[in-house]
Design a protein around this ligand. Structure first.
Ligand code: ZN
Length: 270
């Protein structure tokens, strides 16, 4: 069994990466860059979704190649991290929130593996794996992290920030966090039958809430929270999801994904 961590804005070069090997995996859907480490007999992958130098904007990330690659490397569990804006004054910058629901406001992204004669309608009543979500909460609490539950994430198209009017509308729909990269990643993981959970790191208040958006402050907040996430990653690598919390993520795998072959790495650089 293998596990993967997908990280986002301001969350690059985690300390475990120092021992990892860079790999470029070619798939029929494009190339995926990730890092590999063997740990206690398990394969661990680290995938920076924006690239290591933040070169890929949210709409240009090849989400399908990334999830295809993880599926084909036999990954079963994905822990994703993302930077978000908070639409709730009570959820302050620097907070951590486990996501439970999402609203999709993206457009023009390659967002599904279904199609071309293989039509499937995946069930997203519970979009994030409950088992991994509980594991993140438990490990975070053991480390003394203040982790909120029940994040309702709205995925905006980006790369621009939202207008205050958009934020007011999103909040009225029940969302409390806004980001740009959580969709279609979560949906594709479910289509591929992978357990996928996401922990949001609040980098700022959304537009019109709190202070003006300041990119420098966003990266500073993420930098400050990085050490917590490094400890959390280490804890997750050494723990198991709760046995009393089972999920149906694997059963959701659609037929299109069952036909994929396992891929080998096409390029590896030290
Ligand atoms: Zn699951």
């Amino acid at each position: 069994m293998s596990i993967a961590f997908i990280s986002g804005t301001g969350l690059y070069e985690f300390s475990p990466m120092a021992q990892m090997k860079e790999k470029q995996i070619r798939t029929p859907l494009g190339v995926c860059l990730l890092y590999h480490l063997e740990h206690q007999g398990e394969d661990i992958y680290f995938l920076p979704r924006h690239g290591l130098t933040h070169s890929l904007p949210p709409h240009a990330i090849n989400y399908r190649a990334n999830i295809y690659t993880l599926h084909s490397l036999d990954v079963e569990k994905i822990y994703a991290f993302c930077a978000v804006g908070s639409m709730d004054l009570n959820i302050k910058p620097g907070s951590f929130v486990v996501l439970r629901q999402f609203i999709d406001m993206t457009w023009g992204r390659e967002h599904t593996f279904a199609g071309q004669g293989l039509v499937s309608h995946v069930d997203l009543s519970e979009p994030y794996c409950p088992s991994l979500s509980r594991q993140i909460q438990k490990c975070g609490q053991e480390l003394g992290m203040d982790i909120y539950d029940n994040g309702v994430y709205i995925c905006a198209q980006g790369p621009r920030y939202e207008t205050p009017a958009e934020i007011r509308a999103f909040a009225s729909w029940g969302a409390n966090l806004v980001g740009m990269t959580g969709v279609p990643e979560a949906q594709l993981a479910r289509e591929a039958g992978l357990c996928y959970a996401s922990l949001a790191v609040v980098s700022n208040y959304a537009a019109g809430i709190g202070d003006k958006i300041d990119e420098e402050a966003i990266f500073k907040t993420m930098k400050n929270q990085k050490s917590h996430l490094e400890k959390l990653i280490s804890r997750l690598m050494n723990s198991k999801p709760p046995v009393d919390c089972r999920c149906n993520c694997k059963e959701a795998e659609i037929d299109a994904c069952k036909k994929w072959p396992l891929v080998g790495d096409e390029g590896e650089t030290d």
